[in-house]
Design a binder for this molecule. Structure first.
Ligand code: ACO
Length: 329
C-alpha cells in the first residue's frame, strides 16, 4: 500500500492572561464597539513577561505529540514558523528540539508571517511524501505582544499571543494532503513589517525612540490583498484536487479580521457553519492561528476521518498559502 502525508496529532498553547477590548480602551483612543464592528475581535491572550515563544511552542508540541501517540525521539525534523523568535539566532526550533528531547531531529525556523504554518506543513509533507522522513513537527507560534506598539491603535488591537502544533507523518494513501499552493508578492513587503533590528536598520537609540522595532502596517492595503487572494487561492487548490467548494467539510481561514473571513465566505459560497472562527477570543495570532483552530476543532469533535479540510492563510511578505487535506485521524 502506498502512503501520503497528513496530520497525526495537534496541540495548542494559549496564555492565561486575557486582554479585553475594554482593557485596550484604557491604553489607546479606541472603543469595544469599534474593534468588534471593524474586526470581530473581543479579546486576545497575552503572554506573561517570563514566557517567550519557545515556551509556548513546547506546550503546544507536547500536546500534539501526545495526541499523535508519537515520542519526541521519533521526530526527524522540527519546523517553527514565527515572526517573533526567542532570539535573532539561534533558531527557536533548536531551543524546542533541546527542551523536547528530540535527539534525532533537525530543526529550523521559517519566516512566512501568518502563512507560516501552511508553508511549514508543505515542507514537512513533501519530506514525508518523498520517503526521506517519517515524522515532522510543525509549530506556528508568536509572542506578538512583544513587538506591538501599545500607543498605535491601528495595530495594537488586532494581535494576540499563542502557539499551535501538528505532528505530520505517513497516512493511508488517499488521505492527508490532496493539493496545496504557496504564493508570494514581495512588492508588498513594506505593507506589514518590522522596520528595525535587521541588517538594513540595526538597533540604535534612534530606532528604539522611533518605534522601529514594532509592527508597522498599512491595514488598508493588507485588507485589499487578503480579500482578493483568499478566495482565489482556495479556488485554485480545489481545482488542483478536482473538487468543488461543495465537497469541503470544514474551512479554516486565517483569523485576521472577521470582515476578511466573511468576504471569503461570500465569494466561495460556502456554508458559514463549515467555517471555523475564533478571532473573537484570540485576535490574530499570526502563524499560530491555523494550528490553534485545527486543535480546537479536533478537540470539539468537529473533524472526522475522511473530511475534506480546506486551510487558507495570508500574511507579511506578502505571502499566502492554501491546502486541502483529507483528514486522516
Ligand atoms: N479604534 C478606533 N478607531 C480606529 C482604530 C481603533 N483601534 N484603528 C483605526 N481607527 C480609525 C482610523 O484612524 C480611521 O480614522 P480616520 O478616518 O479619522 O483616519 C478610521 O478608524 C478608519 O480606519 P480604516 O483603516 O479605514 O479602518 P478599516 O475599516 O480599514 O479597519 C483594519 C482597519 C482593521 C486594520 C483593517 O484595515 C484590516 O483588518 N486590515 C487587514 C489587517 C491584517 O489582516 N493584518 C494581518 C496580516 S497577517 C500577518 O502576517 C500578521
Amino acid at each position: 500500500m502506498g502512503f501520503s502525508a497528513g496530520i497525526l496529532g495537534t496541540g495548542a498553547c494559549l496564555p492565561e492572561k486575557v486582554m479585553t477590548n475594554f482593557d485596550l480602551e484604557k491604553l489607546v483612543d479606541t472603543s469595544n464597539e469599534w474593534i468588534v464592528e471593524r474586526t470581530g475581535i473581543r479579546e486576545r491572550r497575552i503572554a506573561d513577561p517570563e514566557t517567550a515563544t519557545s515556551d509556548m511552542c513546547l506546550k503546544a508540541a507536547r500536546a500534539a505529540l501526545k495526541d499523535a501517540g508519537v515520542k519526541a525521539e521519533e521526530l526527524d525534523l522540527i519546523i517553527v514558523a514565527t515572526a517573533t523568535p526567542d532570539y535573532m539566532f539561534p533558531s527557536t526550533a533548536c531551543i524546542v528540539q533541546d527542551k523536547l528531547g528530540a535527539a534525532h531531529a533537525g530543526a529550523f525556523d521559517l519566516a512566512a508571517g501568518c502563512s507560516g504554518f501552511v508553508y511549514g506543513f508543505s515542507v514537512a509533507s513533501q519530506m514525508i511524501a518523498s520517503g526521506l522522513y517519517q515524522k515532522v513537527l510543525v509549530i506556528g507560534a508568536e509572542t506578538l505582544s512583544r513587538i506591538m506598539d501599545w500607543t498605535d491603535r491601528n495595530t495594537c488591537v488586532l494581535f494576540g499571543d499563542g502557539a499551535g502544533a501538528a505532528v505530520v507523518g505517513r497516512v493511508e494513501d488517499g488521505y492527508g494532503v490532496l493539493a496545496l499552493e504557496l504564493g508570494s508578492k514581495g512588492s508588498g513587503a513594506m505593507e506589514l513589517y518590522q522596520p528595525a533590528g535587521g541588517s538594513r536598520r540595526p538597533a540604535t537609540h534612534e530606532t528604539v525612540d522611533g518605534h522601529g522595532h514594532f509592527i508597522h502596517m498599512n491595514g488598508k492595503e493588507v485588507y485589499k490583498f487578503a480579500a482578493r487572494i483568499m478566495p482565489a487561492t482556495c479556488k485554485r487548490v480545489l481545482a488542483k484536487a478536482g473538487l468543488t467548494i461543495g465537497d469541503v467539510d470544514m474551512l479554516f481561514p486565517h483569523q485576521a479580521n472577521q470582515r476578511i473571513i466573511d468576504n471569503a465566505v461570500k465569494h466561495l459560497k460556502i456554508d458559514p457553519a463549515k467555517v471555523w472562527v475564533n478571532i473573537d477570543k484570540y485576535g490574530n495570532t499570526s502563524a499560530a492561528c491555523i494550528p490553534i483552530c485545527l486543535t480546537e476543532a479536533q478537540r470539539e469533535g468537529r473533524l472526522h476521518k475522511g473530511d475534506n479540510v480546506l486551510v487558507v492563510a495570508f500574511g507579511t511578505g506578502l505571502t499566502w498559502g492554501s491546502m486541502l487535506l483529507k483528514w486522516a485521524k
